[in-house]
Design a protein around this ligand. Structure first.
Ligand SMILES: Cc1cc2nc3c(=O)[nH]c(=O)nc-3n(C[C@H](O)[C@H](O)[C@H](O)COP(=O)(O)O)c2cc1C
Length: 314
């Protein structure tokens, strides 16, 4: 069974997702130590803060080669974030929310591996044409920003696998080893997990946010801001405010105004579960504990093995 361990220096073909306000140097280092790709989420970081987190991750891991940076391609500091990461020795990038054409060939020329996040087979083909080494195909069950197409992981993965020749990594709604086994049966060569890693000891999510994850059920999240930037949110007061505005036909500017005031930081990092924006995936309903990353990865591998015939084991 082919998996992304032949592309990246990993023990297991799993990725701890890049997540704004959640995946800093501490979480990435713990993931790298546990044998998987540890991703620093640069989306919420100014270049100086990103530099701090890369140094922290390198200090706390025995495996700096398993560190990566996720750079959403929609911010003005994108080029600076990428250059800084290259200068600090990062050679794996997960790019998202933008065109893979812009930076992929330059990054590859610098000796880096580039994995782009897509939400449809059409975007997967564009990423392959742009020279990406692999793609992450993310279904709309996922936490955080989502594709407008609303394609679920179960239907997305086989369609993407049949469209491209580069490795496909599945994301969206994967919370335990059974789901990892399932996406591998669909042809994925690895899995990226976000929501599951929010509720770990090493994540920088506020403890109120972690607690909300373990108190969630299957209906605790919903896709919001479809007309602006679709994002799956925890259903708190902030979500209700967004929804009310949307139902009244709010303009992009009105929604932007509500989102201002650092709502994402307020919710996910500072733990304001009423007024803050909380990004989280549908699989939160399955999560009932806050383990260390090491214990979680061991459990995921064991569950995956119990769910598959031996030829499919990692
Ligand atoms: C709190 C949170 C923040 C996220 N931030 C980002 C981000 O900055 N960039 C990105 O590409 N994806 C982001 N995502 C999506 C994850 O990288 C990942 O693909 C997704 O969480 C996978 O689905 P799951 O949540 O069902 O595991 C975020 C997800 C969560 C839950």
């Amino acid at each position: 069974m082919k998996n992304i361990c032949s592309l990246l220096p990993l023990e297991y073909p799993l990725i701890q997702a890049g997540m704004v306000w959640v995946s800093g140097g501490k979480l990435a280092a713990a993931s790298a130590n546990a044998g998987i790709l540890g991703v620093i989420g640069a989306g919420s970081m100014r270049p100086d803060l990103l530099e701090e987190h890369i140094h922290k991750a390198k200090k706390f891991t025995r495996h700096p080669e398993r560190l990566a940076v996720n750079v959403p391609l929609l911010y003005e500091k994108t080029k600076e974030q990428l250059e800084l990461s290259l200068n600090l020795g990062i050679r794996t990038f997960i790019t998202s929310a933008g065109s893979p054409k812009t930076y992929t060939s330059w990054l590859k020329g610098e000796g880096a591996k580039v994995i782009h996040v897509v939400s449809s087979p059409e975007f997967a083909l564009k990423s392959e044409a742009a020279g990406c080494d692999a793609i992450i195909a993310e279904g709309f069950e996922a936490g955080g920003h989502n594709g407008r197409e609303e394609i679920t992981t179960l239907t997305l993965i086989p369609q993407v696998v049949d469209s491209v020749r580069i490795p496909v990594i599945a994301a969206g709604g994967i919370g335990d080893g059974r789901a990892i086994a399932a996406v591998m049966c669909l042809g994925a060569q690895g899995a990226q997990l976000g929501t599951r890693f929010v509720a770990t000891i090493e994540s920088s999510a506020h403890s109120n946010f972690k607690q909300a994850v373990i108190n969630s059920n299957s209906t605790s999240t919903m896709l919001a801001m479809k007309k602006y930037v679709p994002v799956r949110l925890y259903k708190n007061k902030f979500f209700e405010d967004v929804k009310r505005l949307e139902d009244h036909g709010a303009t992009k500017e009105e929604l932007e105004k509500l989102l201002g005031h650092g709502r994402a930081r307020k919710g996910m990092l500072e733990g304001d579960m009423t007024e803050g924006e909380i990004e989280i995936g549908q699989i939160a309903g399955l999560i009932k504990d806050i383990p260390s990353v090491e214990a979680l990865v061991k459990r995921l591998i064991q569950e995956q093995r119990q769910s598959l015939p031996s030829g499919y084991f990692f």
